[in-house]
Design a binder for this molecule. Structure first.
Ligand code: CIR
Length: 267
């Protein structure tokens, strides 16, 4: 267990949505989001991050990459260093070339995933270990190569399964504190969170599972009142944020940032 809680962040990287975000990938077409709607959700997210005490570095939009607002997928970041990943969607793999220069400016150590595929959305960092979910985007070769990179950064890791039909491991779960995971019942049933206290998402609000603990608050989708009430009752400070538009392209709150505690480059 590290001494600082893993949800203690003072820095994030985000990226302004491009107008092409309306063409973002989706498993099922429930209509395209509007650019203005995504932009408003993104702006509110950045403001909530600032309110939570985090310094935001916001990169410019990339029209050639509709999903590039979801900076969580092409990289992983920790106080100890960053890892440039290999996203499993063909239209997203080159997002890594766009984010790598910023990572090299901001981190002393930047590793590159050498083989396979892995999306940051499949990676849940807990105080115990870094959990890597196998999915349609993260394959065994990528997961094993990622374990080697994490080892070099001094992080314990484990490979777990993501339920069939779920985009990313973190589509269905998030960390609430050192002991507690918020999970859908379908993921909880897989038994991967045995070491944790589990709070189960009320039926029908499954997309709320992609919540985000940042310092004292838990950011959670505003469209999920029963989940918000459950978190409030359990003593968490829930900050509801609109995710209606990004939800149309299978995204939630973790996807829009890379988060870490910076002790200052070179320190
Ligand atoms: C995609 O399919 O890649 C995007 N439309 C959504 C990415 C969501 N990212 C995440 O959960 N980390």
């Amino acid at each position: 267990m590290t001494s600082r809680p893993v949800y203690h962040f003072n820095s994030i990287i985000a990226r302004t949505p491009s107008r092409s975000v309306v063409d973002g990938l989706r498993a099922e077409d429930r209509g395209s989001p509007t650019y203005e709607g995504v932009k408003a959700e993104h702006d509110a997210y950045l403001e909530a991050m600032r309110q939570a005490g985090v310094k935001t570095t916001v990169l410019p939009p990339l029209e050639a990459f509709p999903d590039s607002i979801f900076v969580e997928d092409p990289a992983l970041v920790f106080t100890e260093g960053a890892i440039v990943l290999r996203p499993g969607a063909a239209t997203r793999i080159k997002e890594t070339e766009e984010i790598a220069p910023t990572l090299r400016e901001m981190f002393d150590t930047v590793l590159d995933l050498p083989v396979g595929y892995a999306d940051g959305g499949d990676v849940l960092t807990t105080g115990e270990s870094v959990m890597i979910g196998l999915s349609a985007r993260t394959d065994r070769a990528g997961a094993e190569a990622l374990r080697t990179c994490l080892d070099r950064l001094g992080r314990k890791s484990e490979v777990v399964a993501t339920p069939d039909g779920v985009l990313h491991f973190k589509t269905d779960c998030s960390l609430l504190d050192d002991e507690t995971i918020l999970s859908t019942s379908r993921l909880a049933r897989a038994g991967v969170f045995r070491k944790f206290r589990q709070m189960i998402i009320p039926e029908g609000e499954e997309p709320a599972a992609n919540a985000l603990r940042v310092n004292d608050v838990v950011m959670v989708g505003a469209d999920f009142p029963r989940t918000i009430e459950m978190l409030d009752k359990a003593g968490y400070k829930a900050v509801p944020l609109k995710t209606t538009e990004i939800g149309k392209i299978d995204a939630g709150l973790s996807c829009m940032s890379l988060r870490w505690f910076s002790s200052g480059k070179g320190e």
